[in-house]
Unconditional design. Structure first.
Length: 191
């Protein structure tokens, strides 16, 4: 009888073990690929305005001028040059379609495609490359552009998200004379 109880007990233990292991769920580890994270390159702000101080270093000169930077993502980069805070001396507008350079002092301007402006063509600068440089670096409050004949070191301050400015290309008065990019740039050190 004792043997029967021991056999019954042993059978119950084995049956319990089999049942317990049969109910166990198995986990298999699969090496599934991790999801690809796409970095969103859209800027935090669509509009940026900032005061700027530009230091232009050439082989012979070191010039500091103040101004203002206006940027609207995928539409325009506008730089106004205001020496001594008195009046706008120059305006540079870069859009996907072309560039507008205005010399307010001599009442001259250039409206052209990027490849028609010698220093832009020489350094392979277009709207996309300028936009990438400006948008990537403005949060650092410092933008540096090496255009061969000069290095532009731009320091930004009072950066904000101002959407009130007009992002359409400036209309130029009939009092201004259209000149070639080479003629206009020769007055500014021949970039």
């Amino acid at each position: 009888m004792k043997i029967r109880i021991k056999i019954k007990t042993l059978l119950l233990i084995v049956a319990g073990t089999v049942v317990m292991t049969a109910c166990k769920t198995t986990k298999t580890v699969e090496n599934s690929p991790k999801p690809v994270v796409v970095k969103d390159n859209t800027p935090k702000f669509i509009n940026v305005t900032a005061k700027l101080n530009v230091n232009v270093k050439t082989q012979s000169d070191n010039i500091n001028v103040d101004g203002k930077l206006y940027m609207r993502y995928n539409e325009m980069i506008r730089i106004t040059v205001v020496p001594y805070g008195i009046m706008e001396a120059a305006r540079l507008e870069f859009t996907p379609q072309g560039v507008l350079l205005i010399d307010r002092i001599n009442r001259q301007y250039v409206k052209a495609r990027y490849e028609e402006v010698p220093f832009l063509k020489k350094y392979n600068l277009n709207f996309q490359s300028l936009q990438q440089r400006f948008w990537n670096e403005y949060p650092k409050e410092r933008i540096s552009l090496d255009v061969g004949a000069a290095v532009l070191d731009i320091k930004l301050s009072k950066i904000n998200n101002d959407a009130t400015w007009d992002a359409s290309m400036t209309s130029v008065s009939s009092r201004y004379k259209a000149v070639s990019a080479t003629e206009l740039m020769s007055k500014f050190g021949g970039f």
